[in-house]
Every structure is written in C-alpha cells, then in structure tokens.
Design a protein around this ligand. Structure first.
Ligand SMILES: O=C(O)[C@H](O)[C@@H](O)[C@H](O)[C@H](O)COP(=O)(O)O
Ligand code: SF4
Length: 605
C-alpha cells in the first residue's frame, strides 16, 4: 500500500536533503553493530563490576555472550503523575526477562520535569533544556555497554523526546518504549478551564480553583488532555516504537502489566542474538518520521513537537524542517477532537477506537507509509488493532473497529473534522514561527490588531487584572527564547487571553517562547525565530505597531514601513534575574549554546 503521492514527494525530499548526514549516521550504527555482543569487549573487571549485584544465575549468563541483557532506562519519580507508576516496572521487566531466558538491569535513571508543576514558575525555564539533559543522562546509563537492547520508560513532554534522541544515538541497539498510560477521567478539561477563567476574572477564589484542579488531576497516570505527553504516546505508537495498542491503557491494570511484560520480552527477541535483529537506528527512517508528523496533524498534537521531532530526527541523521511539517499539514485532515481540540479526553479517544482505528483510517487514506519496520515486525498494518487481556494474562489483539465508537471524538477518513492538520508555519518580516490552528475557530485564523509588548507573562497578567487589556490587540511577549531564559511555556497566558477573546475582542499572541501542548483556543504565533535575544526583529516591535497574523496565508507581519522598521534599534532587556535561582545558574552553558527553534532549540547539535 503506497502513500499518497504528495506524502511520497515530501518524504523523498527529506531523504534527499538528509542523504549525507543519514549515511554518516548509518555508517556509525553499522560499525557499532559489527563489534558484536557489546559486553564481550569489556574486561573481566568491567564485567564483574557490571554484574556484581546480580543473582548467581544472572552472573553466569552475563559472563557469556549468548544470553541477551536488557538495559532499562527509567524516568520514574513521584512528581509526574504520569511517571509515578514506573516505580514498579523494573521488577516486572526483570521477571519477564527471566521468563524469556534473558537478563534485565536498570542501566540508569533520567530526570523528569512535570511541566504542570513548573508551569508559570521559574522552574519552567529548565524544562526545554531538560530534554537534552535527559538524552545525555540516558547515554550515561547505556555507556556501560553491557546491553543487547534497551527499554525506555518515559511519557511526558521532554522525557520521551530526550529518550528518543538517546535511543537513536545508540542506534545499534533495539529500542522499545514502554508507557504507563493515562489517569482515569476526572473533572472534564473544559470545565477545569472554565473555572480557571472565572478565577482569572476574580469570580471564584483559590479554594474553588484548587478543588477543580485536584478533581481534574486526581491520580496516577498521564493527564488526560491531548498535550505534549499524550502526543508523545501517539508518536511512539505510529512510529512503531511502542507495542501495538500500548499507548492509552490505564496504569495499574492487568492489561497494562501484560503490555509491559510483552514489551520486555519483545525487546529481548529483537536483539542481534535472535533472528529478528531490529536496531532502532535502521528501524526508524525518514518514513517513520513522516508517519509521526502525519499522526501529529491528524490528532491536533502539541506544538512542542515542531521542535522535539526536529531534534529527534536529527539524532538519526534525518533533517526535518518546519516547511515539511507545514506542507504535511495541508495534506493531512484532523481526525481527532481531544481537548484542547475538543471536549473529549484521551480515555474517550481510546474508547472510540484509539490508535488502532486512527492508523487504520490514515492507512486507508494513503496518508501513512505502511512499509515500515517497527518493534513488532514489518508493516504498520499490524498496528490497526486493539489490545485485550487473554485468559492466561497475556496480551492478545483484535482488529480495530470498522467504525469509530464516537464520531464526535474520532472521525473516519471520509468525514474529517477539518480538511487540514493542526500545525502551520508562518513566515514574514518577523522571521519564522508556528501556529496550532486545530484548536482555533476558523474566524480567528486571521488577526490584525495593534501590538502591546510585554517582556514576561506576569506583566500581561498584571495588565489584565488592572483592566488595561479590554480591547483588540496582539500581545507580543518577547525575550522568552532559549537563549533568553530557556524558552518556557507561557501557558498561564491562556486564561486571561481566553477571557478577553470570549468577551469578543480580537486577540492573538506572538512570542519567541513556547506554549503548552494543552494551550489552544487563542491564535498564537509561537517559537518566533530568530528570537529577541539573538538579533530577532521581534525585538524592534513597538506598542501600537499593527501586526497581521494570517494562519490562512501562512504569514506573520509587522505592518511598518520596512526602512523605518529596519532602522529601529533593537530593544534589550536585563535578564540577570533569569540566571540564578532554582538551578538556573547551572544552565548558563545551555542558554549560551542553544540552537534556533526551527532546528529543535537544542544544545546537542
Ligand atoms: O506541553 C504540554 O502538554 C504541557 O507542558 C503540559 O504537560 C503541562 O503539564 C501543562 O501545563 C498542563 O496544563 P495546565 O498547566 O493547564 O494544568
Ligand atoms: S502531562 Fe504535564 S502535567 Fe501531566 S504529568 Fe505529564 S508533565 Fe506533568
């Protein structure tokens, strides 16, 4: 089954563009593979240290080079409700490995930040940088070189991208990503947002707000909106890095445990010691990356992936651009309405048919490359399934439903919610930026209004509280890029801007910062590059300048005479407050070396 000609053409141009870097990457992967069982190059001393704490039988296994050893990289902590269930996973994986005749060891742990805990707080200024730090920390674990495959326990925003960058850096090893699943549904996300807007207007107090927040975020598992964390799950599945149907099964259920056991056994089955060797560096190719972007558009996924996917692809020698992402958006229809793109949550999405139905519909529409390699074998058609718990406690899979169980949440390819996808690139005299349109009403896709300039999100919130913003305007929030303050998410802008929009004002946001994957209803041109702190024209905008944000034409313009605008001096701001406190003093190197947003805002390359 070949993909749509337009998808093929975009894939082909990515292959052409990436040829030199991809060939260099594959050469490195293959030379590592050629060295054979990796622990066999270790000295007796190295090996003895490596298995000193193992059981005697495991030591005997690891002393040879015929029994596969599975490295576990875990991002467990109690801070992220999504990662808290991982506490018990290593023991389950070790037991499953023994059952499969292999060994499993925790190769290392990685840090994991909860963007919900740090949202609006100084800690958020470490969030984006934590992605690359997670990749580096994963490399520390795997650099023990004791392993024949690795499993990656991660879910949330920067963690999966960081783990994926590292997994692809260790492309000679098979890689299976193991999720823990979404928390069960609590207070609906739109009701939570309604109460937030009431609080922003001073109509309810902190007690009511905290009650609503706590009913929404109420237990172990991933938050149920379709933000970056759940976009990550979708990506890992549609790119073939999860076991089929693993993404959205709730934690602490027998099926979740069965899926975890199955993933561990599958990872051991696809090492070089078996007959289905599947090194991730060869498994993930340009088609897998395009399939990920297609899934992002079809589900209205997180804007953060216009950076993370670019960085992940780069780790495999593949050069993905915003133009590729934007052009694919023009081809791929929106098939899922999950908050903020609708009222449903990911549990509803899963119940309506979930990933199996989505992949089936996209394959039917010729919008995915079917002929790809996955951790499960060959071909994405194997993912058009739903996992079920068999009587013996293992996983069996049934074909995904022919029809969506809830067409208001998950649409058939013939009747999409929108004919195009969720993420557009904007170009113009302010540089490049991206906008998520899947959650913005069509009548708000073009905004022309005067600029009001802010240098941090608190300034805007204070102006709102002082009643100074009851009018049409474009909020320009600048010096929020990676080199300024680590490019925090500015999700706390959503309630005040949402209130003003609901009052009938034409409002929009333009920023060199980021928004949360959970942001959505206000038109926002984000990730503006070049950023203000790196010579970007956004630093020359003045209050009152007319700004035109046009998501239909794909443009973002300041409507000032070009000569006059170019002659203006760039504004500079004192960012010293962002250099200390809550560990920011340890990330100065990251701020100095971070790349531009359209290349992933990475410090790694
Ligand atoms: O990109 C994302 O999806 C967000 O970073 C998300 O992970 C974060 O947790 C939000 O801030 C949660 O939304 P609230 O802050 O509205 O609870
Ligand atoms: S989805 Fe966001 S808020 Fe929820 S656990 Fe993950 S990082 Fe934290």
């Amino acid at each position: 089954m070949t993909a749509d000609k337009r998808i093929e053409a975009i894939t082909k141009r990515i292959v052409e563009r990436s040829k030199p870097s991809r060939e260099r990457y594959l050469d490195r992967v293959r030379s590592q593979i050629a060295k054979g069982v990796h622990r066999s190059v270790l000295s007796c001393g190295n090996l003895a240290h490596g298995f000193a704490a193992c059981a005697p039988s495991e030591k005997a296994d690891l002393a040879g080079d015929t029994v596969p050893n599975l490295g576990i990289i875990t991002s467990y902590n109690d801070m992220l409700s999504a990662h808290q269930p991982f506490e018990t996973f290593p023991a389950i994986i070790r037991e499953a490995a023994r059952e499969a005749g292999g060994v499993a060891q925790v190769a290392g742990g990685v840090p994991a930040m909860c963007d919900g805990v740090t949202q609006g707080q100084p800690g958020m200024e470490l969030s984006l940088f934590s992605r690359d730090l997670i990749a580096m920390a994963t490399a520390v674990g795997l650099s023990h070189n004791m392993f024949d495959a690795a499993v990656y326990l991660g879910i949330c925003d920067k963690i999966v991208p960081g783990l994926a960058i590292a997994a692809l850096t260790f492309g000679h090893l098979p890689a299976v990503f193991i999720p823990a699943g979404p928390m069960t549904s609590g207070l609906p996300n739109d009701e939570k947002s309604r109460i937030r807007q009431l609080y922003a207007e001073g109509k309810v107090g902190r007690a009511e707000l905290l009650e609503a927040e706590s009913k929404s975020y109420h237990g172990p598992g991933t938050c149920t909106f379709y933000g970056t964390a759940n976009s990550n799950q979708m990506l890992m599945e549609i790119m073939g890095l999860h076991m089929p149907g693993a993404s959205f099964v709730n934690p602490n259920t027998p099926l979740r445990e069965a899926l975890t056991r199955e993933a561990a056994k599958r990872a051991l089955a696809i090492t070089a010691l078996g007959n289905e060797f599947t090194p991730v560096g060869e498994m993930i190719d340009e088609r897998s990356i395009v399939n990920g972007v297609v899934g992002l558009h079809a589900t209205g996924g997180s804007t953060n992936h216009t950076m993370h996917l670019v960085a992940m692809a780069r780790a495999a020698g593949i050069e993905l651009t915003w133009q590729d992402i934007s052009d694919l958006s023009d081809i791929v229809p929106l098939l899922a309405r999950v908050y903020p793109n609708g009222l449903a949550d990911v549990n509803h999405f899963h119940a309506a048919g979930g990933m199996g139905f989505l992949i089936k519909e996209l394959l039917k529409g010729g919008l995915l490359h079917e002929d790809v390699r996955t951790v499960y074998g060959h071909g994405l058609a194997a993912y058009t399934v739903e996992p079920r718990l068999a009587d013996d406690g293992t996983v069996h899979r049934e074909a995904a439903p022919e029809k969506s169980a809830d067409p208001k949440v998950l649409a058939a390819i013939e009747t999409p919610f929108q004919p195009t996808g969720g993420l557009k690139m904007l170009t113009g005299n302010l540089g490049k930026s991206v906008i998520k349109i899947s959650a913005v009403k069509p009548e708000r896709h073009v905004v022309v209004a005067p600029a009001i300039v802010f240098h941090d999100q608190q300034e805007l919130q204070d102006a709102f509280k002082a009643g100074k913003l009851d009018r049409d305007f474009v909020a320009v929030v600048r010096f929020q890029g990676p080199r300024a303050n680590g490019m925090p998410e500015l999700h706390r802008l959503t309630p005040p801007l949402g209130v003003l929009q609901d009052r009938g004002h034409k409002v929009a946001l333009v920023t060199d910062g980021r928004m949360s994957g959970a942001s959505g209803k206000v038109p926002a041109a984000i990730h503006v590059t070049p950023e203000a702190s790196n010579g970007g024209p956004i630093a020359r905008i003045r209050n009152g300048d007319m700004i035109r944000l046009d998501a239909v034409a794909g443009t973002l313009e300041v409507m000032v005479d070009a000569a006059e605008f170019d002659a203006r001096p760039a504004v500079t701001v004192d960012l010293s407050d962002n250099e200390f406190g809550l560990g920011r003093e340890l990330f100065a190197t990251f701020r100095r070396t971070a790349g531009p947003a359209d290349q992933g805002a990475s410090v790694l390359y």
